[in-house]
Every structure is written in structure tokens, then in C-alpha cells.
Design a protein around this ligand. Structure first.
Ligand code: TMP
Length: 205
């Protein structure tokens, strides 16, 4: 089994790639759980709504970070850990690296504070692999503009998203053993081939 996390800017194509990976696992009779953050369990989904659509009172940066972490702790306890215990694969759309990219990189919270909270929330359930769908901010913005529904983070300034992208790239550079960087301007089928060969090299498949 493997616990694989997909990360990247909004509209980088994570959901479509995850669907293609699911298809590969299905063809090989591999059981898996697909999940996402923020959210992933009923309570964590309620926290997701609070974070992304808070109404009139916008959470301050620290409250926002803690809401993501509350969602994560619940999600790990109720969904991810049980799947790992059953030896299922876990495909997760965003995880701890998003908090480092958005709350430390984007919002400017001290990175070690975010890392400490990540550790506290995941309780040792570390992913085996992070897959970064790297995309130019301008391309991500173009794709988001075509969407009907936009959340609070989608409409942040270009500068914010640039910091998020740079944080992802430096996280991947600092820990190359655990990261695969994909060029998300390429078609999904090309990215999928890279993902499968990475899984094979790591003996996941
Ligand atoms: P998404 O589910 O459409 O990707 O939206 C979730 C948004 O939340 C996205 O803009 C990234 C952001 N986010 C954070 O800022 N920190 C986090 O820890 C996570 C998991 C997501």
C-alpha cells in the first residue's frame, strides 16, 4: 500500500489526475480510499465550509491555520489511519504541504510553527509520497477564471499564489526523495505515465 498526496495550486488538475490514478488501481484490483483536505469526514467537511465560506467574519491567519489543522486531525483519525490499518492505499487531495505552502508561504506564518502543528495533527501518519502538480500562477488564474464557483483562497492576489507556488517548489527541493514534481501544463495522460513509473520504481505496484 501507499499513502500518496497530491498538491498544487488551485486548478492544477489534481482531481482529474486522481481519477486516472484510481482507474489504474481499480484495473489492478488494488483497494484504495480517495479523500481530500480540508474535509474528508463529516465533521471535517463542516470545518471546510467554515474555512472556505465563513460569511461576514473572515478568520484571521492563525484561526485559519488552526481550522485546517482541526479538520486534518479529525480526517486522519477517522479516515486516513483506518484506511492505512486496513492496508488500503490512500489518495489524498492536499495534506500537510498545503498548510506549509498557503499558511506559511502565502500568509507568512512562521514555517516551523506550521510544521509543529502538522506533526501534532497527523500523529505519525506521514505520507509516503507527495506529488506536486506544478503550474504557472498565470495559468492557474486563467483556469480559475473559467470556474463558476470560487472560494476565498481562489480570489487571493497573484503575489499570494506566487508565494504558495515557491513554497511548494522549495518543499519538493528540500526533500526530493519524497516528492515527484509534475509539469501540470501537460495533459493528464502524460502526468499519469510519470506517476505510474514513479510507483513502479518505488515498488508500490
Ligand atoms: P480545494 O479543496 O478546492 O483545493 O480548496 C481548498 C483550499 O484550501 C485551497 O485554496 C488550498 C487551501 N488550503 C490551505 O490553505 N491550507 C491547507 O492546509 C489545506 C489543506 C488547503
Amino acid at each position: 500500500m501507499a499513502f500518496v498526496v497530491f498538491e498544487g495550486l488551485d486548478a492544477s488538475g489534481k482531481s482529474t489526475l486522481i481519477k486516472s490514478v484510481e482507474e489504474v488501481l481499480r484495473q489492478r484490483n488494488i483497494s484504495f480510499t480517495t479523500t481530500r483536505e480540508p474535509g474528508g469526514s463529516p465533521l471535517a467537511d463542516k470545518i471546510r465550509e467554515l474555512i472556505l465560506y465563513p460569511g461576514d467574519e473572515i478568520p484571521c491567519a492563525k484561526a485559519e491555520l488552526l481550522l485546517y489543522q482541526a479538520s486534518r486531525a479529525q480526517h486522519v483519525d477517522k479516515v486516513i489511519k483506518p484506511a492505512i490499518d486496513k492496508k488500503e492505499w490512500v489518495l489524498c487531495d492536499r495534506f500537510t504541504a498545503s498548510s506549509i505552502a498557503f499558511q506559511a508561504g502565502g500568509r507568512g506564518i512562521e514555517v516551523n510553527e506550521v510544521k509543529k502543528l502538522n506533526e501534532f495533527s497527523i500523529d505519525g501518519n506521514e505520507p509516503h509520497l507527495y506529488i506536486l502538480l506544478d503550474l504557472e500562477v498565470s495559468e492557474s488564474a486563467k483556469r480559475i477564471a473559467g470556474r463558476e464557483e470560487k472560494n476565498r483562497l481562489d480570489v487571493e492576489k497573484t503575489e499570494f499564489h506566487e508565494k504558495v507556488r515557491q513554497s511548494y517548489l522549495s518543499q519538493a527541493k528540500e526533500d526530493p526523495k519524497n516528492w515527484l514534481i509534475l509539469d501540470a501544463s501537460k495533459p493528464t495522460k502524460n502526468m499519469l505515465l510519470e506517476v505510474i513509473s514513479c510507483f513502479e520504481e518505488r515498488n508500490y505496484l
